[in-house]
Design a protein around this ligand. Sequence first.
Ligand SMILES: Nc1ncnc2c1ncn2[C@@H]1O[C@H](COP(=O)(O)OP(=O)(O)OP(=O)(O)O)[C@@H](O)[C@H]1O
Length: 681
Amino acid sequence: MVWNATSPGALSSGTPIPPGFAPDGEVIERSRQRSSELYRLDPARSGSPRVLTSTALKEHQQPMERLMGVARSGMEALFSQVRDAGYVVLLADAHGVVVDFISNPTIDRELRHAGLWLGSCWTEDNEGTCAVALANLEKRAITVHQSEHFRMPNKKLTCSAVPIFAPDGTPLAVLDASALESPDDRRSQHLVLQMVKSFARMAEDANFLNAFEGHCVLRLGRRRDLLEVAPGGLAALDETGHVVAINQTLLHELGHMAYLAIGRPMDELLDLRFEQVLSAMQHPGDPLSTRLLHTGERCYAIVRAPRRGTTRTFPAPARSAGAAARPGHDPAGGAQALYRLAGEDTTMLANVQHAMRVLDKGLAVLLRGESGSGKEAFAKAMHEASARGNQPFVAINCAAIPETLIESELFGYKDGAFTGARSKGARGKVLQAHGGTLFLDEIGDMPLALQTRLLRVLAEGEVTPLGAEQAVPVDVQLVCATHRNLREMVDRGEFRLDLYYRLNSVTLTLPPLRERTDRVQLMQSLLAEASLQIHGRQVPISAEASDWLLRYDWPGNIRQLRNALRAALALSGGTLIEPEHLPAEILEGVGTNSGLLPPPRLLSIHREESTDGARASPVSAVQATSSGAQAHHGERDRLLAALQACHWNVTEAAQTLGICRATVYRYMQKWNIVSPNRRGA
Ligand SMILES: Nc1ncnc2c1ncn2[C@@H]1O[C@H](COP(=O)(O)OP(=O)(O)OP(=O)(O)O)[C@@H](O)[C@H]1O
């Protein structure tokens, strides 16, 4: 439970930083790489960040007016706490433009020069690594301290930035406290970041209350005495007692249950009847004592009545917005499946939110993502979460069927339509999916002529099987998937533009495994699942083996990971998974071509040590940290193979493996590998 922290600093424990986020260092490193490789920025470029003209700035400020209004007093309070330490307080919009700003006027010139100024643009493609850009991009609180900045002129700054979200989870702005000078140790910024988090949450909650002033809002918290003063969970209810929105604190408290709560009656979330809420609205008194139903935990609620005179435009509960669920089907199970696929990954969570919003709206959905990233699993879960969930889910892979057969597979044929056709004809996948979902995998492989037919099915809601004269009405939810760039295919004339537009209106991009922010947890849960299936119990994995897994690129994504874990579990005999149980492609694919090099975590040790060749080698580093002495047959074999391939020329073998000659000799000795040229000498 994260609400009702007991001190202002501790309020941040309720901030929306889900577990599984990469550490700051990793996020900053990735940003630095993008800055140089993607944006090709010159770190030595001089000059201040770009500052917008006042007209351009106004265009950024206008949409932010409401938030700026509610955030201003919080910014002032934050500034009063940090000004003596030399900080300024900035509010930037989601594009990184500073739209509000409080500073000490005595250092105006230096601040302006450093870009800590109204209208300056803190974006990664402009400034490289910096806190406002990273808070916007990664949707998380972050400090970027001194030399962690990409551009030289920014390297004296320390900046702590926290995103502020709209009630629907869209990033709205970033609150930032920055200073021109600070102690070198980045830990000195910890407290500042906590304060920025607290004030960002306050601004977010003020914005939430403002946005839902026409609604009844429940303020929830565990500590009855702090309920009025400490930020906590907020839930806005409509006039029928359905949950319309929840704030970020409650969202993270509830995890995936949060999305199931939205659009549902409040008594599915809390052990509280709506009549009690209505009565508390009439006769405010003590907080209502209740329980959070998904955890059973006790909490308290105070009720804020809708403001009089507000126009109440209560949105209809999300679940009832689309078609009604069919009897015997519970879409909540599908929604849970979607959230299980999302895990803790921020992009996937956003995808699920989008998917939930477009469910049952009759829109085609396009899923993009690399092979094995979970497109079909996502499509299936979307289907189950929709009102069509107990109707057929029909999947067809356009790349796996010969071009000549796609048409009949998809649209069916009448008896005797062509030579070789079954005498009774076939309904085809489109008709099989009637009432349910049709999942077209690898849509980019669909021949142009069939794209036209598909478009007609979508536009007219009917299909004409091959050889038939009569069109048959059909009602399908279409979900397509591709790993190709359809836009480029359109430009090359390989994909119809009109179909592209039809499919492109709702596009969700599934992240590759290597970019998932929750890959550690995902690996753990897949390992736990496969361990149970294969060995009937949990099988541990050594730190070294997990290192390899984490640093590998996973071109085959979750499918490849699943297979790799299953293979490793089988080879390990069910005791402990060590690096040598991992498939060779992983050991060979991490960071270097040399299978002899240690996991990247140990790489720095290797580099330092192997230059003088005097201390333990990478291989010994692996061995020293590995739990089993028998662990390195694979390493020995690779050394042997390299020596044989290089005709026992040690210098060449060392170059091939990327290690120094001394190390090769030491390991030849250790593993009793003798050159044939020396045998008998
Ligand atoms: N988030 C997830 N958690 C656990 N398993 C997953 C997850 N996503 C996908 N999988 C599993 O990974 C495998 C590959 O998923 P899926 O077939 O959906 O990928 P895909 O993107 O459709 O692949 P392709 O493009 O090659 O058809 C399946 O076994 C699926 O169950």
